[in-house]
Design a protein around this ligand. Structure first.
Ligand code: TPP
Length: 321
């Protein structure tokens, strides 16, 4: 048994699970099985999988509406995630949240937020709570480049720095906020450097390179754990699919997308493992079969799930009387 090899293969497996889960989700969406919004993470898998390696079960994770990958990489079971996309009662948020609102308090996975930038103050609050309770946990907060244009980004960085909170801000810079290119909404396109005005340590990393993300995150987490305060990590990545299922993608040309696909994190990591002799002949095909089975079982779980009864419509809904 070679633990280095096993770990590398497990990382590839994680990325493949995310990719196949989302490809199936897109297919089910076009069939009308999944409704509402669906934002795919395809192309960005190395960020969630690489970053999650540095976190322990005690740490908290906050993500955006593009959070399927983060939820899977955090260890959430695929069936309840697929059921959530269906809106079924056996979904991870009982079918009330859908694609944008995955949640699992047991795994300290706190969403899934539809509002751009919304997760940042939530992460600061979680980290403040952990700090006040004298827990050693840190909070990892994933968000897009679009979020850095929001006031919440600046307010969150300010408070995190002021109170030296254990927060790892991870900006997944995929170059577009919906249809708006980064240079059209940012005067400073070097996102990591935005942390400097707040005295927050920062670095940028190639978000298409799984091992680079893993190492950069490990260092950032280590810095936070020894009391260095918050950290901003910018992962430079790209989404291969449209912003959401409704997007005709008129803002970028096909050549650009094709060029980034040459850096596909799954393809490049597979090639690397093969070159280093860590992936034997047939290993990939076996892995694909395992993943396909897991996805098929998740779909069956969602299909078999019940709808929430109408009598429960106002359950957990509160309003002032
Ligand atoms: C406060 C707010 N403004 C606008 C929107 C509409 N909107 C949804 S996604 C999005 C783009 C966000 O891009 P980014 O943060 O870079 O994340 P990505 O989709 O690239 O992962 C916008 C403007 C929103 N959901 N919330």
């Amino acid at each position: 048994m070679n633990s280095g090899r096993d770990h590398a293969v497990a990382l590839l497996h994680q990325m493949l699970r995310i990719r196949r889960f989302e490809e199936k989700s897109a297919e089910l969406y076009t069939k009308g099985k999944i409704r509402g919004f669906l934002h795919l993470y395809i192309g960005e898998e190395a960020v969630a999988v690489g970053a999650m390696q540095a976190l322990t079960a005690e740490d908290a994770v906050v993500a955006t509406y593009r959070e399927h990958g983060h939820a899977l990489a955090r260890g959430m079971t695929m069936g309840p995630l697929m059921a959530e996309l269906y809106g079924k009662a056996n979904g991870c948020s009982r079918g009330r949240g859908g694609s944008m609102h995955f949640y699992d308090a047991g795994r300290r996975f706190y969403g899934g937020y539809a509002i751009v930038g919304e997760g940042l103050p939530v992460a600061v609050g979680l980290a403040l709570a952990d700090q006040m309770r004298k827990r050693s946990a840190i909070t990892a907060c994933f968000f897009g480049d679009g979020a850095v244009a929001e006031g919440e980004f600046h307010e969150s960085l300010n408070l995190a720095a002021l109170w030296r909170l254990p927060v790892l801000f991870i900006c997944e810079n995929n170059l577009y906020a919906m249809g708006t290119a980064l240079h059209r909404h940012q005067s400073q396109t070097d996102i990591a450097r935005k942390a400097e005005g707040y005295g927050i340590a920062n670095t940028a990393v190639d978000g298409m390179d799984l091992l680079a993300v893993k190492e950069a995150t490990r260092r950032a987490v280590e810095f936070i754990r020894v009391g260095g305060g918050p950290f901003l990590l910018e992962a430079r990545t790209y989404r291969f699919r449209a912003h959401s299922m409704y997007d005709p993608e008129l803002y970028r040309d096909k050549g650009e997308v094709e060029a980034w696909k040459q850096k596909d994190p799954i393809v490049t990591f597979t090639a690397r493992l093969q070159k280093e002799g860590l992936l034997a002949e047939g290993d990939l095909a076996k892995m694909e079969t395992v993943v396909d089975t897991e996805v098929a079982e998740a779909v069956a779980f969602a299909e078999a799930g019940p709808w929430e009864p109408v009598e429960d419509l106002t359950k957990d809904v509160t309003s002032p009387r």
